[in-house]
Design a protein around this ligand. Sequence first.
Ligand code: DO4
Ligand code: MG
Length: 278
Amino acid sequence: MKLFKTVNGIYLQNNESVYKLEQQWDEVVNRDDLYEYLSDITTTASKVAGDDWQNGLLPPIANQEVWAAGVTYLQSRDARVEESQSSGGSDLYKRVYDAERPEIFFKSTPQRVVGHLQDVSIRKDSLWNVPEPELTLFVNSNGKIQGYTVGNDMSSRSIEGENALYLPQAKTYNKSAAIGPCLTVLAEPISRETVISIVIKRNDVALYSDKTPLSRMKRSLEELTGFLFRELTFPNGVYLMTGTCLVPPNDFTLQPLDVVEISIDGIGVLINTVAYNQ
Ligand code: DO4
Ligand code: MG
């Protein structure tokens, strides 16, 4: 089942049928039994005909923070070891990959998040910019994973590579977090065989594409959420990006008007155009 947020309200898509919900986003999503709750709603909510309900799509978020895990795949570890070479290299990434405690960092307030078909930003003071396609979890206030969305953890590799202490500047700026197009709620936990893929297009030509199954992630999703919820509470639930495995070659950097398309089987397709912040 898929929950969409639009300027006109919240819509639930279940197979071919679409229903308009009367409740607010936070009230709907933050519960232990989200799948069952949404299944029951289909018996009482009003059905919507046609496709107009999709107009004015917003990111599937209200009062949730966005956090992110890092170096959860070998490919991410190795890419960061390489990008830090220009500033003398760092063993931080190898150590965190092997450590019991994962890297988890604050990514975005909801106001800075963009959704499907909105622009993502690259920083004007960064020379090397990439998207990071990431399975993104919706975790309720009790720490239980209730849904999934497609995430893009836009990043400056030049700023992070210069000094790991610059991570918040490399990761957190206006429109650096994209999630969407919807919150997908499954009857069962997502399979580790699920494939995540990316295509980056410039002038309609694919410059980079790749894919990976989630099974290449070193850590479990429960392990990541367990660490996030240590000593932190999230009254309305929280989104957690789970790290990237798909890293473009080192000579690639995003430019304005590039189009980033990230797909996760069964979860959704998130498309964003790259721009500088105005
Ligand atoms: O270590 C810095 C960030 C890592 C990250 O965002 C990722 O692995 O996806
Ligand atoms: Mg990332």
